[in-house]
Ligand binder design. Structure first.
Ligand SMILES: *Cc1c(COP(=O)(O)O)cnc(C)c1O
Length: 378
């Protein structure tokens, strides 16, 4: 490594002249009767891509999860089963609506919520399951659907990290009763900040349209609010950026898969590490290339990250179990159903996300892979 080598960032967008032209056009023209035109086109293109009836553009994915729960009337006294290992945004909205999150373990291969753990966690108070397609990997949607139907539960698919992934030929986000996406700057498709709610359910869609606009039914011009709601809207400037990105979605997903394949090829044959899984019948859009070294290397994720930092490579730790965080320390009931030795604990202790943004080239992937081998001393 030479002195003047630059730090390799962990994530980053792919911006072309198309995004810039659409945003410039929105800045000039997306006002007055045109103010929702870019949002409408972005929502239509997005719904068509995911294969759902309705899509609603929002300021972030957290809002989409909040609205999913609120639209279904979930509130105090209700329980919502969530994976213990995910980004906190998957779970914070459960607390916003006054319900209780109940943590379930994740699976060893896909790192997604384990349906057996969901079964164990189900009680008479359970109202919903939030499955998360972690780092692009798909949860066991047919099993989760079976449990949801048997107990009459709402199924929310947090596909924030899985745009373009597939399960049984269907796109991520189309497997739940509601699906939610994030367009944060680090995500597969970005609008800077942003999110999308999707559903095939007309009633949930109508509820979301009213709740996201301060309790105004769509079309209200007289400020006759029918209830107290929220204010969750995406600006036309962001929607213009998003429209350009969704028009390029095939190219975005192909590049994500190419980056993963570069890593897989160069790390192939390195014993004792696991990368993202792509089980039979699924397609992984590999939002974040993630490596889990075996405990026998004696390096937890923070030690591994230190090693990368010393080699000018930015990485991220695998999400820590939510049940282990100070944020949930006052909620002992939330992990009462967790197994004594959760699978998620080990994965979360050793896993690290490697640089996976659109700036990655085959040469940069090689530099990261060489660094990993040096750090692991293999
Ligand atoms: C990024 C992310 C979110 C939240 O997205 P925001 O747009 O930042 O609200 C939710 N869930 C998961 C799994 C995420 O990775």
């Amino acid at each position: 490594m030479s002195e003047n080598e630059e730090v390799i960032p962990v994530a980053g967008p792919w911006v072309t002249e198309r995004e810039i032209a659409y945003v410039a056009d929105a800045a000039r023209n997306a006002w007055f009767s045109n103010h929702y035109e870019y949002n409408r086109r972005f929502e239509e293109a997005f719904a068509a891509y995911v294969g759902v009836k309705h899509a609603v553009s929002l300021p972030h994915c957290t809002a989409a999860i909040h609205l999913s729960l609120a639209a279904a009337g979930i509130g105090p006294g209700d329980e919502v089963i969530v994976p213990d290992v995910t980004w906190i945004a998957s779970v914070a909205p459960v607390v916003y609506v006054g319900a209780t999150p109940i943590f379930a373990d994740i699976k060893k291969d896909t790192w997604c919520i384990d349906p057996r753990s969901v079964e164990t966690a189900t009680t008479a108070r359970t109202k919903a399951i939030i499955g998360v397609d972690l780092y692009g990997s798909m949860a066991d949607w047919s099993e989760l659907r079976r449990i949801a139907e048997r107990h009459g539960l709402l199924l929310i698919e947090d596909a924030a990290e899985a745009l373009g992934s597939e399960y049984g030929g269907r796109k991520a986000g189309a497997l739940g009763d509601t699906g939610v996406f994030s367009f944060h700057g680090s995500k597969t498709l970005t609008t800077g900040e942003g999110g999308m709610f999707v559903t095939n359910d007309d009633h949930l869609h109508q509820r979301v349209m009213t709740l996201r606009d301060h309790g105004r039914p769509p079309g209200d011009k007289l400020f006759l609010n029918t209830e107290v709601g929220f204010k969750y809207k995406m600006s036309a400037l962001q929607a213009a950026f998003g429209l350009a990105q969704i028009e390029r979605v095939e190219e975005l997903i192909a590049r994500k898969r190419e980056i993963f394949n570069w890593y897989r090829e160069t790390l192939n044959g390195l014993d004792g590490i696991t990368l993202n899984a792509e089980p039979q019948g699924t397609l992984n859009s590999y939002w974040m290339v993630t490596v889990i070294p075996e405990p026998s290397f004696g390096l937890d994720k923070f030690a591994l990250m230190d090693g990368f930092r010393g080699r000018k490579i930015d990485t991220r730790p695998f999400f820590s179990p939510l049940s282990s965080l100070p944020a949930f320390a006052d909620r002992p009931a939330s992990s009462a159903h967790m197994p004594a030795q959760p699978v998620g604990e080990t994965i979360a202790k050793y896993g690290v996300n490697l640089p996976s943004g659109y700036h990655m080239t085959e040469e940069l992937v090689q530099r990261v892979a060489d660094a990993l081998k040096q750090i692991l001393k293999v």
